[in-house]
Design a protein around this ligand. Sequence first.
Ligand code: SIN
Ligand code: FE2
Length: 216
Amino acid sequence: MLDLFADAKPWQEPLASGAVILRRFAFDAAPSLLQAISSVATLSPFRQMVTPGGYTMSVAMTNCGHLGWTTDQHGYLYSPVDPLTGAGWPPLPDVFVDLCQQAAIAAGYPDFHPDACLINRYNPGAKLSLHQDKDEPDLRAPIVSVSLGLPAIFQFGGLQRNDPLKRLLLEHGDVVVWGGKSRLFYHGIQPLKTGYHPLTADCRYNLTFRQAGKAE
Ligand code: SIN
Ligand code: FE2
């Protein structure tokens, strides 16, 4: 059968200084990435974390890698231990590391070595309020963010919470990389719309790769 999309190549859209969207960059790897997500989740299940303010997040999360992002009564932290299981987080799957490294190179960050991957699962209505990724000690390392499944509207602002926001639809296979001047830019995800995706059914997954420890 004629496949109209067989030749569709990824393309890049500049987003801000140091930030770029790599459209469909993870499209081909997506089935393997999704398989790896379910393997990670058998060891460290998705859970809705509770913020230090006592608010249960609508997004379900887990982690893999040496460090995982989590919450406790005192704040947000990176921990080598999954508080739910008492064991270390599952290791970063090879398919995660490969895809992330290729994306970082394509975005102009050839020296990125992630040691943490936060996995977010959005069901309809789930959202992530505007925030900065600022719990990482070495801000020279970028953030690499991979979207899988249902589309979502990503908000990307500036260094101040009330800076004007760009609103961009992130679709299955899109990768956003931000670092340099935009490393601390505010960003968020608007409430997920109900839908159906052939690979993820009624949800969206997002992988965010970080260097959360000190550089080797
Ligand atoms: C995040 O900011 O951690 C996730 C962004 C996204 O889900 O695309
Ligand atoms: Fe974030």
